[in-house]
Ligand binder design. Structure first.
Ligand SMILES: Cc1cc2nc3c(=O)[nH]c(=O)nc-3n(C[C@H](O)[C@H](O)[C@H](O)COP(=O)(O)O)c2cc1C
Length: 453
């Protein structure tokens, strides 16, 4: 049986997510990011297309690496203005029954207790369809906005994340017993105090002495997503992640990363095949190859190359404004994200990238591959990716909003279903149940060890 192909939509509560300049396209509706109805409509479209989820990215700072200021980011709207992703979820959940919500929240700037309560709240309100993309941030501007001088060192961010996870697991899994809420109208006891316990934590980065404020929610711990593939990132994913998002331009870059994530899960005593791995991709699909190609040519007319380099500078910590457009991008080590620069330097030694190549590539859909063609052509290419990479699916970026997703749902999904490569109905229940067949994290996961049995 060939492996099922899964889709997530890669979105962000802003104008320019991964395709700078495309907001100017006459059919693009990106400015409607401020309108709840645009998110509700998108959620319905994605559910019609049986997407596993909508994955909402987030940053808490501006992309001010390019040119050393926020000027370019503001002018080109590269991930600024950006609104809070979590506030979109209840409206989208009310309009759908099955779609999952993988929301990015950085753990670097918020104490565990209020964050844990917010996720429990959303797990209740979505009937167990909330997921958390665990990030620590990569922008110094975000750290400065929080009153710090700069971000923590790269590997120390992962060490802090390890401690943060230990705290939130105790809150989600260990503070309230399953039978704590009795709601006994005869005795007047709502919660049995003997079945709720304080969490005490004295860790390397966090301390806490508290009772979790929410009663047990359907999944307890939200479905855990992770997206870093540096050595420290892989080790973290191996221990904690249930789904991993990767970005890279080719199968050559993605394949070893997927293998290394599965190896890290094996090292952590978990089932490596149970981790779902999604690669970033942008799909331009139209009824025929010629129409898809024409669509791409049309889109390219709106691509904003400075915006692309502004994004890339933020992701990599390298100021691309100082580099000659025809120079070859070199690897450097710094405290921004590591995989982003690896993608265009050492991850695939057979390919070099000039700054111009980067600007042109990243302007449509970011650093992931761009697949263009008829439903049959695109489906062939996705099958080739699946056969060579050991992936579980794709995290789809958009060029024109919501046109890119409409086309995938209306044209590509039926083709994949005809080939038996895509589900024809959702599984029931919580997001974790749909993805893995159980509501709670399994016994091999570190969260299970703090459970109140
Ligand atoms: C597809 C994808 C989406 C990501 N989304 C976010 C995000 O929304 N916010 C964020 O702060 N980091 C995001 N990241 C960055 C990662 O969390 C991580 O910081 C980055 O990949 C660097 O980690 P590494 O050095 O371990 O590779 C994303 C990464 C990838 C590949």
């Amino acid at each position: 049986m060939p492996r099922e192909i899964r889709f997530n939509a890669f979105e962000m509560n802003c104008v320019v997510h991964q395709s700078p300049g495309l907001w100017r396209h006459p059919r693009d509706r990106s400015r409607d990011y401020r309108k709840l109805q645009s998110w509700v409509a998108l959620a319905r479209t994605l559910e019609r297309g049986l997407f596993d989820g909508i994955f909402l990215a987030d940053v808490l700072g501006v992309y001010d690496v390019f040119g050393g200021s926020a000027q370019s980011a503001l002018a080109h709207a590269t991930q600024v203005p950006v609104n809070d992703p979590l506030l979109l979820v209840p409206a989208m959940a009310a309009a759908t029954e099955h779609l999952g919500f993988g929301v990015t929240v950085t753990l670097s700037y918020e104490p565990p207790l209020p964050f844990a309560r917010r996720m429990s709240t959303l797990d209740h309100l979505t009937d167990g369809r909330i997921g958390w993309n665990v990030v620590t941030g990569y922008l110094d501007s975000a750290a400065r906005g929080m009153g710090e001088v700069g971000q923590r060192r790269h590997d120390d961010r992962y060490a802090a994340a390890e401690d943060y996870m230990a705290v939130v697991y105790k809150l989600w899994e260990g503070s309230w017993a399953d039978d704590a809420v009795v709601a006994d109208t005869a005795t007047g006891v709502f919660t049995n105090p003997d079945r709720v316990r304080r969490v005490s934590h004295e860790g390397t980065h966090y301390r806490l002495d508290a009772v979790h404020l929410s009663e047990p929610s359907p999944q307890r711990t939200p479905v855990l997503y992770q997206a870093g593939t540096s050595p420290a990132g892989r080790a973290f994913a191996g221990r904690h992640a249930e789904c991993v998002f990767m970005s890279g331009p080719s199968v050559q870059v993605i394949t070893p990363r997927g293998a290394s994530i599965r190896a890290a899960a094996r090292d952590a005593g978990r089932d490596p095949t149970a981790i779902l791995i999604f690669a970033l991709m942008t799909i331009i699909v139209a009824p025929s190859d010629a129409e898809a190609k024409a669509l791409l040519d049309d889109y390219r007319g709106y691509a904003d190359h400075e915006g692309a380099l502004t994004l890339m500078s933020g992701w990599t910590g390298v100021d691309f404004s100082t580099l000659d457009l025809d120079s070859i991008v070199q690897h450097v080590e710094n405290d921004a994200g590591r995989s982003a620069l690896d993608n265009i330097t050492r991850a695939d030694p057979s390919r070099t990238w000039t700054v111009r190549d980067v600007a042109e590539h990243v302007a449509i859909g970011g650093i992931g591959p761009l697949i263009v063609g008829s439903p049959a052509t695109v489906a062939d290419e996705l099958e080739r990716w699946m056969e060579t990479t050991d992936l579980n699916g794709f995290n789809l970026a958009f060029a024109v909003r919501p046109e890119t997703f409409d086309a995938v749902v209306d044209l590509l999904v039926p083709e994949l279903q005809r080939r038996g490569r895509y589900k024809t109905a959702y599984a029931p229940g919580t997001l974790r149940n749909k993805l893995f067949g159980h509501d709670r994290l399994d016994e091999t996961h570190p969260a299970a060890s703090v459970r109140w049995l």
